[in-house]
Design a protein around this ligand. Structure first.
Ligand code: C2O
Ligand code: CU
Length: 556
């Protein structure tokens, strides 16, 4: 490996930080060369392009009862995007919901149900890699019924559509919908079939910045052919590590920020790469929410480990910076990523002097969130009362008991088959069992502890459990990192780590997936399923394979 002087300085600087006693391992090593075959002039510039913040999608219609919107109807078509503008002079074929990359965001309030129609107009094979075009759409973070959960075998073929029903009764959170087709999730999500979905509630509206100060950031990485086409190389299913970092589909963008407190919803939509974000001026961010919503106590951190599919919401206080100040969001990376010259950069914030209201100027950054049920609305509302329960205590209040079921999930790789597995079993094993095989079968309402073991020093696995939110109990017997002390649905299981999580199974019965969110791992074939509340008295009424099927799409 040949390092430039700057890289050597960077690494030297990191090593110095390391000896100061960081809790996180240091593993950044810059690879020689880059996977993209772009000429220098076609390689995107850093911190030049403006960040685009997609508008929320408009529903095609809504149901209103007593003046309140109770259901919203959305309609998206998965199709080829013939000429995405990512590179300076070249265009790139991608896939997109309604032709946009990333896809259109959906914004809803708690209690508003959503029907999302997803139409497959991708053609016989995908326009990006010529891979099979069946899709399945998963709303990641939603407690959806199994037939609406994007089950990998519940495929919508080209020319078909499927109606998904989302309840949105959960507390506020950042969700995202993305493709989940078995064995091709990686190519499809990488090609652009991914979008944020924001669920708001009264507590979150009162507690956290809204509107222009509530900014979705979807980070991903990519590699390109010389002609600008997307390139796919997952290194025999180990992972895809691109050399171009995109935020909301824009390479290394810049965002102008006012002197205010901003809330960023950072979703790692990279199919393999993990990040360790940090601000270039060393300032701490205030971590306020994790995958499943608001954290009980705000955590101040200067860097965090951020695996695929994890969502971290954090506040940055730009109020004390002079206009003209540039602060970069950098990436310190983690062991077993492949890093290139510019993958240590994510985006930049340029502080501008535009006026802000007194309310914004004087806003007090919270340190914890408590809530009570408002008798008038029946909904929770924020309170300053220090004796009120902390937010999301349904999950964060779960505690282990002696007689609780403890299950072990080993995430591992077979050197014989080159397949990734969970407890030695693959999704193909599940398919071959006619989708009957399960790795766990809790009863409805059971609380369990799952111990996820990664006995390898060579890989990390962001493990996602569908349906439920969990609380991380421990990692290698020690407390979780402060920034992950909120409701989660993905946990970073690092090298030689054993992580314990606790969760309560419900509110639905049925079969749900559990898998690694490094998508080449998931597709080959580190995915399994568990059943909730199924037994002789409760046959599966929500079977995603035999249940509600996609139908022909007449495009009307
Ligand atoms: Cu984000 Cu099973 O998925
Ligand atoms: Cu994995």
């Amino acid at each position: 490996m040949k390092l430039s002087r700057r890289d050597a300085l960077k690494l030297g600087g990191l090593a110095a930080v390391g000896t100061a006693g960081l809790a996180l391992p240091l593993g950044r090593s810059v690879q020689a060369g880059t996977p993209s075959l772009l000429s220098t002039g076609n390689f995107p510039p850093r911190y030049t392009n403006v960040l685009t913040i997609p508008e929320a999608m408009q529903p095609v219609r809504q149901d209103v009862v007593d003046g309140k919107v109770v259901k919203k109807y959305y309609d998206v078509t998965a199709k080829t995007v013939p000429a995405a503008k990512i590179l300076p002079k070249l265009s790139t074929i991608m896939l997109g919901y309604n032709g946009s990359v990333p896809g259109p965001r959906i914004d809803v309030d708690q209690g508003q149900a959503v029907q999302l129609v997803v139409r497959n107009a991708l053609g016989a094979t995908t326009g990006t890699f010529g891979t099979p075009s069946p899709i399945s759409t998963h709303l990641h973070g939603s407690a959806s019924l199994p037939q609406y959960d994007g089950y990998a075998g519940d495929l919508t073929l080209n020319g078909q559509k499927k109606y998904y029903q989302y309840p949105n009764f959960q507390p506020a959170r950042t969700l995202w919908y993305h493709d989940h087709a078995q064995h091709y999730t990686a190519q499809n999500a990488y090609s652009g079939l991914a979008a944020q979905y924001h669920l708001h509630d009264a507590v979150e509206r009162a507690a956290l910045p809204q509107g222009e100060f509530d900014v979705p950031l979807t980070v991903s990485d990519a590699m390109f052919q010389a002609n600008g086409a997307l390139m796919y190389d997952d290194r025999t299913h180990s992972g895809l590590w691109g050399d171009v970092i995109l935020v909301n589909g824009v390479a290394w963008p810049v965002l102008k920020v006012k002197r205010a407190v901003y809330r960023f919803r950072l979703l790692n939509a990279s199919i393999s790469r993990s990040y360790r974000p940090t601000l270039s001026n060393g300032a701490q961010v205030h971590m306020v929410a994790t995958d499943g919503g608001m954290m009980p106590k705000v955590q101040k951190v200067s860097q965090w480990r951020h695996g695929s599919a994890e969502r971290y919401e954090f506040l940055v206080d730009f109020r004390s910076y002079a206009p003209g100040t540039r602060i970069e969001l950098k990436n310190l990376s983690n062991p077993n990523n492949r890093d290139y010259d510019h993958t240590g950069k994510i985006m930049a914030f340029d502080v501008v002097g535009d006026p802000v209201s007194d309310a914004v100027k004087n806003w007090r950054i919270p340190t914890e969130f408590r809530c009570v049920v408002d008798p008038a609305t029946g909904q929770k509302r924020l309170t300053d009362d220090p004796s009120a329960p902390l937010v999301n205590d349904e999950v964060m209040g779960l505690v282990p008991t002696k007689d609780m079921e403890v299950r072990t999930l080993r995430v591992q790789k077979s050197d014989v088959t080159n397949l990734w597995s969970i407890n030695g079993e693959t999704w193909d094993d599940v398919v071959r069992s006619d989708y009957r095989k399960v790795v766990a079968d809790p009863d409805l309402g059971d609380t369990e502890i799952w111990e996820i073991q990664n006995n390898s020093g060579g890989w990390f696995h962001p493990v996602h459990i569908h349906l439920i939110d969990f609380k991380i109990l421990s990692r290698n017997g020690r407390p979780p990192f402060p920034y992950e002390m909120g409701p989660k649905d993905v946990v970073y299981v690092g090298e030689n780590e054993t992580v314990r999580v606790i969760m309560k199974f419900g509110p639905h019965r049925g079969k749900y997936m559990v898998h690694c969110h490094n998508l080449p791992h998931e597709d080959h074939d580190m995915m399994h399923q568990f059943s909730v509340g199924l037994d002789d008295d409760h046959p599966d009424g929500n079977d995603p394979i035999t249940g509600e099927r996609p139908t022909d799409d007449d495009h009307s």
